[in-house]
Ligand binder design. Sequence first.
Ligand code: CTP
Ligand code: MG
Length: 390
Amino acid sequence: MKSIAVIIVAAGRGQRAGGGLPKQYRVLAGMPVLRRTIDILRRALPNALMRVVIHPDDQSLYASAVEGLSVPPAVFGGDTRQASVFNGLKSLSAEAPDIVLVHDAARPFIDRGLIQRLLDALHSGAEAVIPALAVTDTLKTVEQGIIVNTVDRSGLYSVQTPQAFVFKTLLAAHCQVEGQQLTDDGAVIEAAGVEIAIREGDERNFKLTHLADFGKAETQIMMQTADIRVGSGYDVHRFTSGDSLCLCGIEVPFSKSLKGHSDADVALHAITDAILAAVAAGDIGTHFPPSEEKWAGVSSHVFLEHAADIVREKSGLIAHITVCIICEAPKIGPHVQKMRHKIADILKINIDRISVQATTTERLGFTGREEGIAAHATATVRLPMGAYNE
Ligand code: CTP
Ligand code: MG
């Protein structure tokens, strides 16, 4: 078995995407671009060493983008992509893997099949292999806004990343051409005079370059997660003596409290169950049995985070949450915005995807008699289309 390393270059400034927050840290369908890229590569190559090359100014952006993922400390990049890759390669010299894949953080749609084609090529003796797509559009040379020539497109390809190399070959080539401004590692290898093989690229694996590419990427994610599931959850907790209760993760002052094994946040429990139902992953009791002492007094956002993690594990996303809190008192209305913010924060989704409502039961039933609070929630979850994403 050959050892593999992956270098993700993420030290650019994203000028063409409009400057400001570098494009690799912008949120795409609820997740920073870089996190999506890292996540896909980690799953595709679980045993590979990983190096993420970042700009020294982006350390806190990076820390929040990879929160909860096990990634080694970042490596600092340079002024050019070439310098950033070189730093990534040098950071691997102690481990000296057999194979290295170099990938742009700004390409969050890597296909496993593509990675396999590259690795197969290296295993059959190539020293360098890059994904390429034959150019299909007619090409023109333009001078001062006027077409001067039609270019023969036969033999022309556009290339993508990941690009895969024998580690020693790429490191030696980078040492040779240090200080130039070559825009991909294929060009570095060419300059060193080593032969490069190509394998079929993937149209979906495009690079986020301009602002409009973000819209295209959102659409692509929606198309890839078109298996739409709806789940519902219901929970009840009875009142007990106290002076506040926990609802949707916030403390609401009241003349009573809610009784329960955890913090008795009836609304977060209903939402957790709705998400688990949407992905057919059991219910809150399956994951956090009340019989287990360790869940006593636990803050319910832990349960909700766990349900959201299950969705992410499946490469899905939470499209929408509604929760209806059923009680005569306390009044929920004044707290609704804060509750929506809190849920959005826990689930790491946009607040416009969260609705919190409340109703009384016209003094009927146990909620009407003010014996407790009930909550009903619905979750809409998008999952990848089965075979397409395997
Ligand atoms: N990159 C890098 N170090 C640099 C320049 C680029 O690590 N000095 C990375 C980018 O973060 C990106 C990849 O190389 O993931 C491809 O580069 P590009 O699309 O050009 O990104 P930016 O340089 O950030 O964008 P722009 O050229 O529009 O400023
Ligand atoms: Mg650039």
